[in-house]
Ligand binder design. Structure first.
Ligand code: ADP
Ligand code: MG
Length: 406
Protein backbone atom coordinates (compact mmCIF):
# COMPACT_ATOMS: atom_id res chain seq x y z
CA UNK A 1 0.00 0.00 0.00
CA UNK A 2 1.30 3.42 -0.88
CA UNK A 3 2.03 5.88 1.91
CA UNK A 4 -0.23 8.92 1.77
CA UNK A 5 2.14 11.86 1.92
CA UNK A 6 0.76 15.37 2.39
CA UNK A 7 3.25 17.95 1.09
CA UNK A 8 2.57 21.25 2.86
CA UNK A 9 3.91 24.52 1.41
CA UNK A 10 3.31 28.28 1.09
CA UNK A 11 2.04 30.00 4.23
CA UNK A 12 2.32 33.46 5.73
CA UNK A 13 6.00 34.07 5.04
CA UNK A 14 8.13 36.36 2.87
CA UNK A 15 9.49 33.16 1.37
CA UNK A 16 6.03 32.01 0.27
CA UNK A 17 6.86 31.92 -3.45
CA UNK A 18 10.20 30.22 -2.88
CA UNK A 19 8.39 27.52 -0.94
CA UNK A 20 6.01 26.93 -3.88
CA UNK A 21 9.01 26.39 -6.15
CA UNK A 22 10.77 24.07 -3.69
CA UNK A 23 7.59 22.06 -3.12
CA UNK A 24 6.58 21.70 -6.77
CA UNK A 25 10.12 20.58 -7.63
CA UNK A 26 10.06 18.01 -4.84
CA UNK A 27 6.53 16.71 -5.50
CA UNK A 28 7.55 15.90 -9.04
CA UNK A 29 10.52 13.89 -7.77
CA UNK A 30 8.85 11.85 -5.03
CA UNK A 31 8.71 8.12 -5.79
CA UNK A 32 5.14 7.67 -7.05
CA UNK A 33 5.27 3.89 -6.61
CA UNK A 34 5.86 4.23 -2.91
CA UNK A 35 4.01 7.44 -2.11
CA UNK A 36 0.67 8.92 -2.97
CA UNK A 37 1.51 12.66 -3.08
CA UNK A 38 -1.18 15.02 -1.81
CA UNK A 39 -0.31 18.72 -2.26
CA UNK A 40 -1.46 21.00 0.57
CA UNK A 41 -1.04 24.67 -0.24
CA UNK A 42 -1.39 27.33 2.47
CA UNK A 43 -2.24 30.75 1.04
CA UNK A 44 -0.69 33.94 2.42
CA UNK A 45 -3.97 34.42 4.31
CA UNK A 46 -3.63 31.02 5.97
CA UNK A 47 -6.29 29.09 4.02
CA UNK A 48 -5.41 25.47 3.22
CA UNK A 49 -6.09 23.99 -0.23
CA UNK A 50 -5.60 20.58 -1.78
CA UNK A 51 -5.97 19.16 -5.30
CA UNK A 52 -3.78 17.73 -8.05
CA UNK A 53 -3.74 21.05 -9.93
CA UNK A 54 -1.44 22.34 -7.15
CA UNK A 55 1.42 20.21 -8.51
CA UNK A 56 1.81 22.62 -11.43
CA UNK A 57 3.75 25.84 -10.80
CA UNK A 58 1.72 27.73 -13.42
CA UNK A 59 -1.50 27.69 -11.35
CA UNK A 60 0.07 29.95 -8.72
CA UNK A 61 -0.08 32.86 -11.17
CA UNK A 62 -3.82 32.97 -10.56
CA UNK A 63 -5.02 32.57 -6.99
CA UNK A 64 -8.67 32.88 -8.07
CA UNK A 65 -8.26 29.72 -10.10
CA UNK A 66 -7.04 27.88 -7.01
CA UNK A 67 -9.87 29.24 -4.89
CA UNK A 68 -12.39 28.14 -7.51
CA UNK A 69 -11.11 24.67 -8.37
CA UNK A 70 -8.99 23.40 -5.48
CA UNK A 71 -10.50 22.03 -2.28
CA UNK A 72 -10.46 24.40 0.70
CA UNK A 73 -9.69 22.07 3.61
CA UNK A 74 -8.73 21.66 7.25
CA UNK A 75 -6.30 19.08 8.60
CA UNK A 76 -7.25 17.37 11.84
CA UNK A 77 -7.50 14.07 13.62
CA UNK A 78 -10.79 12.26 13.33
CA UNK A 79 -11.59 8.81 14.76
CA UNK A 80 -7.89 8.04 15.06
CA UNK A 81 -7.06 9.04 11.46
CA UNK A 82 -5.46 12.21 10.10
CA UNK A 83 -7.81 13.73 7.55
CA UNK A 84 -8.18 16.61 5.16
CA UNK A 85 -11.78 17.69 5.33
CA UNK A 86 -13.58 20.00 2.96
CA UNK A 87 -14.68 23.27 4.59
CA UNK A 88 -17.70 23.55 2.31
CA UNK A 89 -21.31 22.86 3.12
CA UNK A 90 -20.96 19.06 3.12
CA UNK A 91 -17.72 18.77 5.10
CA UNK A 92 -16.64 15.77 3.04
CA UNK A 93 -13.39 14.04 3.92
CA UNK A 94 -11.14 14.52 0.91
CA UNK A 95 -8.46 12.08 1.98
CA UNK A 96 -6.73 10.61 4.97
CA UNK A 97 -2.96 11.08 5.40
CA UNK A 98 -0.08 9.10 6.88
CA UNK A 99 2.77 11.61 6.93
CA UNK A 100 3.18 15.34 6.37
CA UNK A 101 6.17 16.74 4.51
CA UNK A 102 6.53 20.48 5.19
CA UNK A 103 8.43 22.12 2.32
CA UNK A 104 8.03 25.54 3.79
CA UNK A 105 10.39 28.44 4.26
CA UNK A 106 10.44 31.28 6.74
CA UNK A 107 8.34 32.55 9.58
CA UNK A 108 5.12 30.77 10.60
CA UNK A 109 5.95 27.64 8.64
CA UNK A 110 9.65 26.76 9.03
CA UNK A 111 10.07 28.16 12.52
CA UNK A 112 8.22 25.58 14.60
CA UNK A 113 4.77 27.13 14.38
CA UNK A 114 3.48 24.74 11.70
CA UNK A 115 5.44 21.91 13.31
CA UNK A 116 3.70 22.60 16.63
CA UNK A 117 0.32 22.22 14.97
CA UNK A 118 1.33 18.95 13.35
CA UNK A 119 2.64 17.59 16.62
CA UNK A 120 -0.47 18.69 18.49
CA UNK A 121 -2.57 16.64 16.10
CA UNK A 122 -0.03 13.84 16.39
CA UNK A 123 0.70 13.22 12.70
CA UNK A 124 4.26 12.16 11.75
CA UNK A 125 6.09 14.93 9.88
CA UNK A 126 9.34 15.30 8.00
CA UNK A 127 12.12 17.69 9.03
CA UNK A 128 12.93 19.58 12.20
CA UNK A 129 10.82 19.21 15.31
CA UNK A 130 9.46 22.29 17.06
CA UNK A 131 12.55 22.99 19.16
CA UNK A 132 15.07 22.68 16.34
CA UNK A 133 12.89 24.72 14.01
CA UNK A 134 12.44 27.58 16.48
CA UNK A 135 16.14 27.96 17.13
CA UNK A 136 17.10 27.64 13.46
CA UNK A 137 14.80 30.49 12.48
CA UNK A 138 16.01 32.91 15.12
CA UNK A 139 19.52 34.24 14.55
CA UNK A 140 19.74 35.44 18.16
CA UNK A 141 18.71 32.14 19.81
CA UNK A 142 20.89 30.29 17.34
CA UNK A 143 23.99 32.31 18.23
CA UNK A 144 23.36 32.03 21.96
CA UNK A 145 23.18 28.23 21.64
CA UNK A 146 26.22 28.03 19.35
CA UNK A 147 28.18 30.17 21.78
CA UNK A 148 27.16 28.09 24.77
CA UNK A 149 28.43 25.04 22.89
CA UNK A 150 31.75 26.64 21.93
CA UNK A 151 31.04 26.62 18.20
CA UNK A 152 33.04 29.20 16.22
CA UNK A 153 30.85 32.20 15.32
CA UNK A 154 31.50 35.89 14.58
CA UNK A 155 31.47 38.18 17.64
CA UNK A 156 27.86 39.31 18.00
CA UNK A 157 25.27 40.96 20.17
CA UNK A 158 21.50 41.26 19.95
CA UNK A 159 18.80 43.57 21.25
CA UNK A 160 15.08 44.33 21.02
CA UNK A 161 13.68 47.27 19.04
CA UNK A 162 12.14 48.45 22.33
CA UNK A 163 15.60 48.57 23.95
CA UNK A 164 16.80 50.73 21.09
CA UNK A 165 13.80 53.05 21.21
CA UNK A 166 14.11 53.49 24.97
CA UNK A 167 17.85 53.91 25.11
CA UNK A 168 19.60 54.05 21.73
CA UNK A 169 22.91 55.22 23.21
CA UNK A 170 23.18 52.20 25.46
CA UNK A 171 22.43 49.82 22.57
CA UNK A 172 24.95 51.55 20.30
CA UNK A 173 27.57 51.48 23.02
CA UNK A 174 27.06 47.75 23.40
CA UNK A 175 27.37 47.25 19.63
CA UNK A 176 30.48 49.41 19.38
CA UNK A 177 32.37 46.93 21.54
CA UNK A 178 32.50 45.03 18.25
CA UNK A 179 34.85 46.63 15.70
CA UNK A 180 33.40 48.21 12.54
CA UNK A 181 32.38 47.16 9.95
CA UNK A 182 29.43 45.32 11.44
CA UNK A 183 26.46 43.61 9.84
CA UNK A 184 22.94 44.24 11.12
CA UNK A 185 20.29 41.55 10.69
CA UNK A 186 16.65 41.17 11.68
CA UNK A 187 16.66 37.97 13.76
CA UNK A 188 13.99 36.01 11.95
CA UNK A 189 13.29 37.22 8.41
CA UNK A 190 15.71 35.28 6.16
CA UNK A 191 16.48 35.79 2.45
CA UNK A 192 18.70 38.81 3.26
CA UNK A 193 15.60 40.95 3.87
CA UNK A 194 16.43 43.99 6.02
CA UNK A 195 20.17 43.20 6.32
CA UNK A 196 22.73 45.99 6.13
CA UNK A 197 26.43 46.61 6.65
CA UNK A 198 27.67 49.62 8.67
CA UNK A 199 31.19 51.07 8.64
CA UNK A 200 30.51 53.79 11.21
CA UNK A 201 27.95 55.08 13.70
CA UNK A 202 25.83 56.95 11.13
CA UNK A 203 25.54 53.89 8.96
CA UNK A 204 24.82 51.78 12.01
CA UNK A 205 21.86 53.94 12.98
CA UNK A 206 20.53 53.74 9.42
CA UNK A 207 20.96 49.97 9.33
CA UNK A 208 19.22 49.52 12.69
CA UNK A 209 16.34 51.72 11.61
CA UNK A 210 15.96 49.65 8.45
CA UNK A 211 16.18 46.33 10.31
CA UNK A 212 13.57 47.21 12.94
CA UNK A 213 11.00 47.58 10.16
CA UNK A 214 11.18 43.83 9.80
CA UNK A 215 11.68 42.42 13.26
CA UNK A 216 11.56 43.23 16.95
CA UNK A 217 14.83 41.37 17.56
CA UNK A 218 18.03 42.52 15.88
CA UNK A 219 21.44 40.82 15.67
CA UNK A 220 24.64 42.76 15.03
CA UNK A 221 27.96 41.05 14.39
CA UNK A 222 31.45 41.56 13.05
CA UNK A 223 31.88 41.35 9.29
CA UNK A 224 34.16 38.46 8.37
CA UNK A 225 36.93 39.62 6.05
CA UNK A 226 38.50 37.83 3.07
CA UNK A 227 35.18 36.12 2.82
CA UNK A 228 34.47 32.79 1.24
CA UNK A 229 30.97 31.42 1.80
CA UNK A 230 30.39 27.70 1.85
CA UNK A 231 27.28 25.61 2.45
CA UNK A 232 26.94 21.96 3.33
CA UNK A 233 23.93 19.79 4.07
CA UNK A 234 23.50 17.27 6.83
CA UNK A 235 20.95 14.47 6.53
CA UNK A 236 19.84 12.49 9.55
CA UNK A 237 18.68 13.06 13.09
CA UNK A 238 20.40 13.33 16.48
CA UNK A 239 21.38 9.66 16.34
CA UNK A 240 23.14 9.48 12.99
CA UNK A 241 24.14 11.91 10.26
CA UNK A 242 25.72 12.05 6.84
CA UNK A 243 27.14 15.08 5.03
CA UNK A 244 26.71 16.30 1.46
CA UNK A 245 29.35 17.87 -0.76
CA UNK A 246 30.31 21.45 0.04
CA UNK A 247 29.32 24.30 -2.28
CA UNK A 248 30.96 27.67 -2.56
CA UNK A 249 28.53 30.52 -3.00
CA UNK A 250 29.84 33.02 -5.53
CA UNK A 251 28.44 36.49 -5.32
CA UNK A 252 29.45 39.76 -6.89
CA UNK A 253 27.72 42.01 -4.39
CA UNK A 254 28.81 42.27 -0.78
CA UNK A 255 26.25 39.70 0.24
CA UNK A 256 23.52 37.66 -1.32
CA UNK A 257 20.35 39.64 -1.82
CA UNK A 258 16.88 38.26 -2.27
CA UNK A 259 17.09 38.77 -6.04
CA UNK A 260 20.36 36.92 -6.32
CA UNK A 261 19.15 34.02 -4.27
CA UNK A 262 15.86 33.45 -5.95
CA UNK A 263 15.41 35.42 -9.15
CA UNK A 264 18.40 33.74 -10.64
CA UNK A 265 20.87 36.35 -11.76
CA UNK A 266 24.12 36.70 -9.92
CA UNK A 267 24.83 39.77 -12.02
CA UNK A 268 21.86 41.84 -10.94
CA UNK A 269 22.56 43.59 -7.71
CA UNK A 270 19.13 43.41 -6.18
CA UNK A 271 17.66 46.13 -4.07
CA UNK A 272 17.48 44.95 -0.48
CA UNK A 273 14.05 43.75 0.44
CA UNK A 274 12.72 44.43 -3.05
CA UNK A 275 9.33 42.88 -3.54
CA UNK A 276 9.86 40.36 -6.28
CA UNK A 277 7.73 37.44 -7.26
CA UNK A 278 10.30 34.86 -8.27
CA UNK A 279 7.93 32.52 -10.03
CA UNK A 280 8.58 32.23 -13.73
CA UNK A 281 11.98 30.97 -14.73
CA UNK A 282 13.30 30.94 -11.19
CA UNK A 283 15.10 27.89 -9.94
CA UNK A 284 14.93 28.66 -6.25
CA UNK A 285 18.11 28.34 -4.25
CA UNK A 286 19.54 26.07 -6.92
CA UNK A 287 20.01 29.16 -9.12
CA UNK A 288 22.46 31.27 -7.11
CA UNK A 289 25.94 31.27 -8.62
CA UNK A 290 27.86 28.46 -7.03
CA UNK A 291 30.81 26.16 -7.34
CA UNK A 292 30.45 22.48 -6.46
CA UNK A 293 32.51 21.18 -4.85
CA UNK A 294 34.00 24.20 -3.14
CA UNK A 295 37.69 24.75 -3.59
CA UNK A 296 38.91 23.64 -0.16
CA UNK A 297 41.87 21.62 1.09
CA UNK A 298 41.12 18.17 2.48
CA UNK A 299 41.81 19.47 5.96
CA UNK A 300 39.37 22.36 5.58
CA UNK A 301 36.76 20.05 4.03
CA UNK A 302 36.97 17.79 7.05
CA UNK A 303 36.72 20.76 9.40
CA UNK A 304 33.57 22.00 7.63
CA UNK A 305 31.99 18.52 7.67
CA UNK A 306 32.67 17.99 11.36
CA UNK A 307 31.46 21.44 12.28
CA UNK A 308 28.26 20.94 10.27
CA UNK A 309 27.46 17.75 12.16
CA UNK A 310 28.05 19.48 15.50
CA UNK A 311 25.67 22.30 14.52
CA UNK A 312 23.04 19.81 13.38
CA UNK A 313 23.27 17.83 16.61
CA UNK A 314 23.38 20.78 18.97
CA UNK A 315 19.97 21.85 17.67
CA UNK A 316 18.61 18.29 17.65
CA UNK A 317 17.78 18.65 13.99
CA UNK A 318 16.10 16.05 11.83
CA UNK A 319 15.73 15.76 8.06
CA UNK A 320 18.04 17.56 5.70
CA UNK A 321 19.39 20.90 6.90
CA UNK A 322 21.83 23.21 5.12
CA UNK A 323 24.52 24.75 7.27
CA UNK A 324 26.06 27.95 5.95
CA UNK A 325 29.56 28.94 6.94
CA UNK A 326 31.78 31.95 6.49
CA UNK A 327 35.49 31.43 5.94
CA UNK A 328 38.18 34.03 6.40
CA UNK A 329 40.43 32.79 3.59
CA UNK A 330 43.51 34.59 4.84
CA UNK A 331 43.23 33.50 8.46
CA UNK A 332 41.94 30.07 7.32
CA UNK A 333 39.24 30.32 9.95
CA UNK A 334 35.78 28.81 9.62
CA UNK A 335 32.74 30.42 11.29
CA UNK A 336 29.20 29.07 11.45
CA UNK A 337 26.76 31.57 9.97
CA UNK A 338 23.41 29.83 10.15
CA UNK A 339 21.43 26.67 9.75
CA UNK A 340 18.50 26.43 7.38
CA UNK A 341 16.32 23.66 8.72
CA UNK A 342 14.28 23.43 5.49
CA UNK A 343 16.64 24.80 2.82
CA UNK A 344 15.56 26.16 -0.58
CA UNK A 345 15.21 23.32 -3.12
CA UNK A 346 15.87 21.10 -0.06
CA UNK A 347 19.51 21.53 -1.18
CA UNK A 348 19.09 18.47 -3.42
CA UNK A 349 21.93 19.67 -5.68
CA UNK A 350 24.40 19.04 -2.83
CA UNK A 351 23.45 15.35 -2.66
CA UNK A 352 23.48 14.53 -6.35
CA UNK A 353 27.31 14.59 -6.57
CA UNK A 354 27.35 12.15 -3.64
CA UNK A 355 25.37 9.66 -5.71
CA UNK A 356 22.06 10.35 -3.94
CA UNK A 357 19.50 11.59 -6.46
CA UNK A 358 16.58 13.80 -5.44
CA UNK A 359 14.10 10.90 -5.32
CA UNK A 360 16.34 8.93 -2.96
CA UNK A 361 16.99 12.00 -0.79
CA UNK A 362 13.24 12.59 -0.37
CA UNK A 363 12.73 8.92 0.46
CA UNK A 364 15.51 9.06 3.09
CA UNK A 365 13.98 12.16 4.65
CA UNK A 366 10.58 10.49 4.95
CA UNK A 367 12.14 7.33 6.46
CA UNK A 368 13.91 9.45 9.08
CA UNK A 369 10.59 11.13 9.94
CA UNK A 370 8.91 7.77 10.48
CA UNK A 371 11.79 6.64 12.69
CA UNK A 372 11.55 9.86 14.74
CA UNK A 373 7.82 9.40 15.09
CA UNK A 374 8.17 5.84 16.33
CA UNK A 375 10.79 6.89 18.85
CA UNK A 376 8.60 9.74 20.08
CA UNK A 377 5.68 7.37 20.44
CA UNK A 378 7.80 4.89 22.41
CA UNK A 379 8.60 7.45 25.10
CA UNK A 380 6.21 7.91 27.98
CA UNK A 381 4.14 11.07 27.57
CA UNK A 382 1.72 10.71 30.44
CA UNK A 383 1.56 9.04 33.78
CA UNK A 384 -1.32 8.18 36.02
CA UNK A 385 -2.12 10.74 38.61
CA UNK A 386 -5.06 11.31 40.90
CA UNK A 387 -4.67 15.07 40.76
CA UNK A 388 -8.06 15.57 39.07
CA UNK A 389 -9.84 13.41 41.65
CA UNK A 390 -8.21 15.39 44.41
CA UNK A 391 -9.28 18.60 42.75
CA UNK A 392 -12.91 17.48 42.53
CA UNK A 393 -12.95 16.51 46.24
CA UNK A 394 -11.19 19.45 47.79
CA UNK A 395 -11.73 22.29 45.38
CA UNK A 396 -9.05 24.82 44.60
CA UNK A 397 -8.14 25.44 48.22
CA UNK A 398 -7.12 21.86 48.91
CA UNK A 399 -5.08 21.78 45.72
CA UNK A 400 -3.06 24.91 46.36
CA UNK A 401 -0.01 23.11 47.70
CA UNK A 402 0.08 20.64 44.85
CA UNK A 403 -0.31 23.26 42.16
CA UNK A 404 2.42 25.35 43.68
CA UNK A 405 4.76 22.40 43.44
CA UNK A 406 4.11 22.06 39.70
N1 ADP B 1 29.32 38.15 9.72
C1 ADP B 1 29.31 38.27 8.39
N2 ADP B 1 30.42 38.67 7.73
C2 ADP B 1 30.40 38.80 6.38
N3 ADP B 1 29.34 38.58 5.60
C3 ADP B 1 28.20 38.19 6.19
C4 ADP B 1 28.14 38.01 7.62
N4 ADP B 1 26.89 37.62 7.93
C5 ADP B 1 26.21 37.55 6.77
N5 ADP B 1 26.99 37.89 5.73
C6 ADP B 1 26.56 37.93 4.32
O1 ADP B 1 25.18 38.25 4.26
C7 ADP B 1 24.44 37.17 3.68
C8 ADP B 1 23.09 37.05 4.35
O2 ADP B 1 23.25 36.85 5.75
P1 ADP B 1 22.59 35.65 6.52
O3 ADP B 1 22.96 35.79 7.93
O4 ADP B 1 22.98 34.38 5.87
O5 ADP B 1 21.05 35.93 6.38
P2 ADP B 1 19.87 35.24 5.56
O6 ADP B 1 19.03 34.58 6.57
O7 ADP B 1 19.18 36.38 4.95
O8 ADP B 1 20.47 34.28 4.59
C9 ADP B 1 25.35 35.97 3.83
O9 ADP B 1 25.08 35.00 2.86
C10 ADP B 1 26.72 36.60 3.65
O10 ADP B 1 26.99 36.86 2.28
MG1 MG C 1 21.94 32.93 4.79
Amino acid sequence: MRIKLGVVFGGESVEHEVSIISAVQAMNKIDQEKYDVIPIYITKEGEWYTGNMLMDVEVYQDLDLIKKYANNVVLYKKDGAFVLQNKGLFKKIVTDLDVIFPITHGTNVEDGILQGYLQTIGIPYVGPNVYAAVVAQDKAYMRDIFKANDLPIPTYTWFYDADYKNNPDEVIEKIEKIKYPVIVKPATTGSSVGIGVAKNKDELIKAIEEAINYDSKIVVEEVIKNLMEVNISVLGNYESQETSVIEEVLSKSAFLTYDEKYVGSGKVKGKLGAKVTPLKGSKGMASADRKIPADLTDKMTKEVEELAIKVFKVLGNSGNARIDMLIDKKAKKVYVNEINSIPGSLAFYLWDPKGKDYTELLDDMISIAIKDYKRRESKTHSFNTNILQGFARNGLKGMKGKLQNK
